[in-house]
Write a protein that binds this ligand. Structure first.
Ligand code: UN1
Length: 512
């Protein structure tokens, strides 16, 4: 891609980079080289040197030591440092956004949007640094005071996925930092360069504020690095974003040592379209939800549950909209759909298409692999739509690709039952102008997901809300609202300022 070299230079990403850092210092590490290829045009963008086990050990040691200093800095001062990181991110938004787009294949708009999420979470975390509130309670005993306070946990391990290679790290790290923790980040092995770029962007802030080495660490590598984090009792919290099998193995390993984990795993998100839906609003929301990021968001719209009376109309309007989609270089502003992350993802898309056919599904918009220029990286696919049954194994499974399933319903109760009848529970939406349908969907008997929207799609959540989902999505909440509590430990304190020792529950225990 033209101009990418200038951007790489500005972000300080040489051909081979240190993949292990503890903040300002980068380390010569002993692991193998991890190369990064752009799915856009197949070019080798660069490489990072991965962490060997000994490197990992030294990083966690440095981080543990840094925690002792970092936690003693007042939270609002830590917030001020995070604010400065937000300023730096504003400065590098264009470059980082472009690299995100080039390394992941998402559109430039979405790459820039991802950096905007980082900026927004910096602002949020800065404000939060003055609001880490605990409650006070009335004690049942005279001359006693009871309250709770929140303390930092220690080392927070962050495992992030390729599809949001930088925003999800910042949701975790910015909040973890203002809470007084230090962070050790294992970025996705599919997007190692954007992670190093982030460290370069915040490096001056760390240096100017004399932040100790170890507050912001990266350990590049594959599955083994994730396992080291999960098994390490020095890592108080492991926050992992990715597939359900990955989350299950991290969750099990952390639980075995009774550590804390925060899991943000796969979704199988549905939109219900009722007879009163405004299709002018619904159709673009459905299309963006299904094909945005080439269907590789955990919040991507995978299932469309449409009322029988408007089924044919929705189907033909979607087919028309899909006919207008431009697939190609995501850095070109006229393009709607970029490539999948790699050729393995293309094979998964093909397998899913095959399974849909075998199960008896019929395609409204056919799957395909575009060929020739500019598709030479072999990572591009055609977004498709299939009429299916909700209970089919392939429909119950999250395929990270732009495949939209069309499902028919007859009454409101059935629509909600279909929406909930999958193992995952991340995001959901209803398009309706009927107050009863909307409220029913949002009630306890409605959507069972962590996110439930009315007249907006399943993806594109704002950072201010708690982000995450139920069931096999893992139950974790990141980002806004009171998600910060997962990064702190709660301590309940009772203070007796009287001259007697009354016991709780009225228990008498008399002794001289
Ligand atoms: C993800 O795909 O892991 O709500 C995160 C959204 C984005 C985040 C997605 N803000 O679609």
């Amino acid at each position: 891609m033209k101009g990418i070299d200038v951007i790489l230079e500005k972000l300080g990403i040489a051909d081979v980079n240190h993949g292990v850092t503890t903040g300002q210092a980068s380390w010569e590490s002993g692991g193998a080289l991890l190369e990064s290829f752009s799915p856009v045009d197949g070019r080798r963008i660069g490489a990072v040197r991965q962490a060997a086990h000994a490197d990992y050990g030294r990083v966690v040691e440095t981080a543990s030591l840094a925690f002792k200093t970092w936690r003693s800095i007042p939270a609002p001062k830590r917030g001020e440092i995070v604010r400065q990181m937000g300023v730096k991110l504003r400065e590098y938004k264009q470059e980082l956004g472009t690299l995100v787009s080039y390394e992941t294949g998402k559109s430039l708009q979405e790459g820039l949007g991802e950096v905007q999420e980082m900026i927004d979470i910096c602002d949020f975390a800065t404000g939060l640094s003055r609001q880490l509130y605990g409650l006070t309670m009335h004690s049942e005993r005279p001359q006693h005071r009871m309250y709770e306070q929140w303390h930092p946990l220690g080392v927070v391990g962050i495992i992030s996925a390729f599809n949001f290679p930088v925003a999800v790290w910042s949701w975790n790290s910015m909040i973890a930092w203002v809470c007084g923790n230090v962070c050790v980040w294992k970025p996705s092995e599919k997007t190692p360069l954007t992670a190093i770029a982030c460290q370069h962007i915040i490096q001056d802030v760390l240096k100017d504020n004399h932040v100790p080495e170890g507050v912001s660490c990266i350990v590049s590598g594959g599955r083994d690095v994730g396992e080291w984090l999960a098994q390490d009792p020095r890592v108080a919290l492991v926050s992992a974003t990715g597939s359900i099998p990955m989350g299950r193995s991290v969750g099990e390993a952390v639980a075995r040592r009774l550590g804390k984990s925060l899991l943000e795993l796969g979704g199988n998100n549905a939109i219900i379209v009722t007879p009163t839906a405004d299709l002018k609003v619904a159709i673009p929301a459905i299309v963006f939800g299904a094909v945005g990021t080439a269907g590789q968001r955990c919040t991507s719209t995978r299932r469309l549950i449409v009322h029988d009376s408007i089924f044919e109309e929705v189907k033909s309007r979607l087919a028309k909209a899909y006919g207008q989609l431009k697939i190609g270089n995501p850095l070109d502003p006229g393009i709607h759909v970029g490539p999948l992350i790699d050729q393995q993802a293309v094979r998964q898309y093909q397998n899913a298409a095959e399974q849909i056919k075998q199960a008896g599904g019929s395609f409204v918009v056919a799957p395909g692999i575009p060929e020739g220029d500019p598709y030479t990286s072999g990572c591009y696919v055609t977004p498709c739509i299939a009429e299916v049954e909700n209970h089919w194994a392939i429909v119950q499974h999250e395929t990270f690709a732009p495949i939209l399933y069309l499902i028919r319903y007859h009454d409101a109760e059935e629509a909600i039952a279909l929406q909930n009848d999958v193992p995952q529970g991340l995001s959901s939406a209803i398009f309706t102008n009927d107050l009863r349908d909307a409220e029913q969907f949002l009630s306890f008997g409605g959507s069972d997901c962590g996110i439930a929207n009315v007249n907006i799609g399943t993806s594109g959540a704002e950072i201010g809300g708690a982000f995450g989902g139920e069931k096999e999505t893992g139950g974790g909440r990141e980002s806004g609202s009171d998600a910060w509590k997962a990064y702190m430990r709660r301590q309940t304190n009772t203070i007796n300022y009287g001259t007697a020792l009354p016991l709780a529950q009225g228990i008498k225990f008399e002794i001289e």
